[in-house]
Design a binder for this molecule. Structure first.
Ligand SMILES: Nc1ncnc2c1ncn2[C@@H]1O[C@H](COP(=O)(O)OP(=O)(O)OP(=O)(O)O)[C@@H](O)[C@H]1O
Length: 226
């Protein structure tokens, strides 16, 4: 089990008041499991992904990634975890503007010494990016940028892939194709996939679905569903 969250609490400052966003949240992900994270806008889904990525400090509770307790790590150690264990597809995608599509896809895999040319070629083909390899990000459509971000995150074969609404700009048939591919690739590489989505249709493609409500998760599909 490479992601375990125990009794996580998180407050945010809202004007003059502090507001509880997460209150005693627990989660365990099993290898090769694909998980959808749903919840109302503002319920804290992106904040939870930021906490798991070590991009926001843990106020109270525990997040363990591959046996390492994030709350005890330095910034340098956290960035090592992001490099070695995590793949992240942000809402903004964060492609490097001066690198073409191919270099963007290969960048993080090379950084973590996990570059595998055949694996990258397979991703490029499956995501329909062959004709765009020499393009710069500024010349791509929103949907193309998303597919490049997905290829880049999968290229490094991460243990855990965090994805924040990765299909938001794609049309329905493309969304379905991309989510299926993400789920298949995650399973093929024993990657745990945690995907934020507002679409129940897309969520149904995952093994498990959790709903974030009042700072805690409820399993609405999967082995822990009661
Ligand atoms: N650093 C911060 N300081 C203060 N408030 C914050 C901070 N980060 C997030 N918030 C607030 O916390 C709440 C949860 O935000 P978050 O982005 O995690 O929600 P979400 O569930 O991902 O929403 P959406 O589905 O709309 O993307 C929001 O009300 C947001 O404005």
């Amino acid at each position: 089990m490479s992601l375990v969250i125990k009794d996580l609490h998180h407050k945010i400052i809202d004007g003059a008041h502090s507001k509880k966003l997460l209150s005693g949240l627990d989660l365990k992900l099993n290898p090769s499991t694909t998980v959808a994270l749903m919840g109302d806008s503002g319920s804290g889904k992106t904040t939870l992904l930021n906490l798991i990525s070590g991009l926001e400090p843990i106020q109270q509770g525990e997040i363990n990634i591959s046996g390492q307790a994030l709350q005890n790590l330095t910034e340098t150690q956290l960035s090592q975890i992001r490099k070695n264990d995590l793949g992240i597809i942000f809402q903004q995608f964060n492609l490097l503007s001066s690198l073409n599509v191919q270099d963007n896809i290969e960048f993080s895999a090379k950084l973590s010494n996990r570059f595998d040319r055949l694996h990258c070629q397979m991703l490029i083909q499956n995501l329909g990016l062959e004709s765009l390899l020499s393009n710069l990000p500024a010349t791509l459509s929103g949907g193309e940028v998303q597919r490049v971000a997905i290829a880049r995150a999968l290229a490094a074969k991460p243990q855990i892939l965090l994805a924040d609404e990765p299909t938001g700009n794609l049309d329905n048939s493309n969304s379905e194709r991309v989510v299926r591919l993400l789920a298949q690739l995650a399973k093929a590489h024993q990657t745990e996939l945690l995907m934020v989505t507002h679409s129940l249709y897309i969520a149904q493609e995952m093994d498990e679905i959790y709903q974030l409500n009042n700072g805690r998760l409820t399993c609405i599909k999967g082995s822990k569903h009661v």
